[in-house]
Design a protein around this ligand. Structure first.
Ligand SMILES: C[C@@](CO)(OP(=O)(O)O)[C@H](O)COP(=O)(O)OP(=O)(O)OC[C@H]1O[C@@H](n2ccc(N)nc2=O)[C@H](O)[C@@H]1O
Ligand SMILES: Nc1ncnc2c1ncn2[C@@H]1O[C@H](COP(=O)(O)OP(=O)(O)O)[C@@H](O)[C@H]1O
Length: 268
């Protein structure tokens, strides 16, 4: 079985408080985007994992796909498979690529071996693998709370818009990015602000990580500015960076400044 493991962007991101478990509570809307990896599972005599494409830091056995397989294997009589991941989504990019691979592995194994797990059960397994992993089980626009793993329905439909993602070949560690933020209880409701037309978002919808990361990496603010100059209706950093995205009314001619970066453009 073959699946496409797409990434996400954050529409707004507020870090509201540090929790007693060391994690942070947040408010954000996660929105699926078409840039993705390719994952295949073939029944085999013994379990094996391999990857191609972008190289993934860390040992193979710590890959989130392997950890997802091991998690289900502990509870089910899972047959061995040969898992292959073709990695295309940049790493340390704020796009949740690794979390998506983990969630798609859970979904694939559930479907391929008819484990009968419900969405809620798959989300429970996903939470054990990473904070933003559970989102990719439903994989639809959702308002996210707490660690980013508790969801509320939200009506946001950006279909018809185009998105340009710019990864400036700069990996930012999520843990380090969180260590640099000053959590704050917001005075306004992100949920309500997201209901306003997208033209209003550049004045209201903010990613709190930009405050600490833009001064540290000026190229990020520069890319955001360049996306607005190219005609974006809204531009922002995704997650803990370093990807900056722009949302446009129509396909964009790639500005020359982005030619040395990894970019992806498509429909939302
Ligand atoms: C920042 C966000 C926003 O969507 O996305 P990315 O930039 O990673 O895509 C997520 O909160 C990232 O979630 P995820 O990448 O799954 O993080 P995890 O693996 O669970 O945690 C990595 C580290 O980040 C910190 N962390 C993560 C989530 C959270 N709510 N509070 C935290 O403080 C912790 O230090 C943790 O050890
Ligand atoms: N399949 C995978 N794809 C990407 N990263 C992975 C994967 N498995 C484990 N990782 C680890 O997860 C971290 C990056 O996570 P990723 O989701 O790509 O970035 P981000 O948190 O910025 O969205 C790295 O430390 C990487 O080694």
């Amino acid at each position: 079985m073959l699946v496409f493991s797409n990434c996400k962007i954050n529409l707004g991101l507020r870090i509201t408080e540090k929790r007693s478990d060391g994690f942070h509570n947040l408010q954000s809307c996660f929105y699926p985007v078409g840039w993705g990896d390719i994952l295949e599972a073939i029944p085999s005599k013994t379990f094996a994992f391999s990857s191609s494409g972008l190289s993934i830091p860390g040992e193979l056995r710590t890959n989130l796909c392997v950890r997802a397989y091991d998690l289900l294997k502990a509870d089910f009589d899972l047959p061995p498979v040969q898992l292959h991941l073709h990695k295309l989504v940049p790493i340390g990019a704020g796009l949740g690529g690794g979390s998506a691979d983990a969630a798609f592995t859970l979904r694939l194994l559930n479907d391929q071996f008819k484990l009968g797990l419900s969405i809620a059960q798959l989300e429970e397994y996903a939470r054990l693998l990473g904070s933003d992993c559970a989102f990719f089980i439903q994989n639809r626009p959702l308002y996210c709370l707490e660690k980013g793993d508790v969801f509320q329905d939200i009506t946001i439909d950006l279909s018809g818009y185009h998105i340009l993602l710019v990864y400036p070949n700069l990996a930012i560690s999520t843990a380090e990015a969180y260590a640099g933020v000053r959590p704050q209880q917001p005075e306004t409701s992100l949920f309500n602000q997201l209901q306003a037309p997208i033209d209003a978002w550049c004045e209201t919808i903010h990613n709190d990580f930009e405050d600490s990361l833009f001064p540290q990496y000026p190229v990020l603010a520069q890319i955001k500015e360049q996306l607005y100059e190219a005609g974006a209706v809204y531009a922002s950093m995704s997650g803990s960076g370093s990807t900056i995205y722009g949302i446009f009314q129509a396909p964009v001619v790639l500005p020359n400044q982005f030619l040395n970066y990894s970019v992806w453009q498509g429909k939302l």
